[in-house]
Design a protein. Structure first.
Length: 90
């Protein structure tokens, strides 16, 4: 975990930016010794957001499965996909 004082942003933005891009992880910014902000590169943020969306979709699917929603085996899914592919090739 990277922790930097708020003065680091004011005095050396380029260094913080470079660090954020190189490490691809959040940098915690403190103000008066207390946590205040988190800074990260856009690429790292977007990757985290995509992972979060995937986890949400997986949790929803698991809840549906536990609630009795119809499920498919890998073989069933492959057969359905083959059928779709075969239809498209005609």
């Amino acid at each position: 975990m990277l922790i930097k004082p708020s003065t680091a942003i004011r005095t050396d933005y380029n260094k913080i930016s470079k660090l954020a891009h190189e490490r691809a992880e959040p940098i915690y910014i403190t103000k008066n010794g207390e946590g205040d902000l988190v800074v990260m590169s856009i690429d790292a943020f977007e990757a985290r957001e995509e992972m979060y969306r995937l986890k949400v979709r997986m949790a929803i699917a698991e809840q549906q499965r536990l609630s009795g929603a119809k499920t498919y085996s890998i073989d069933d899914a492959e057969k359905m996909l083959r059928g779709i592919i075969d239809e498209k090739e005609v």
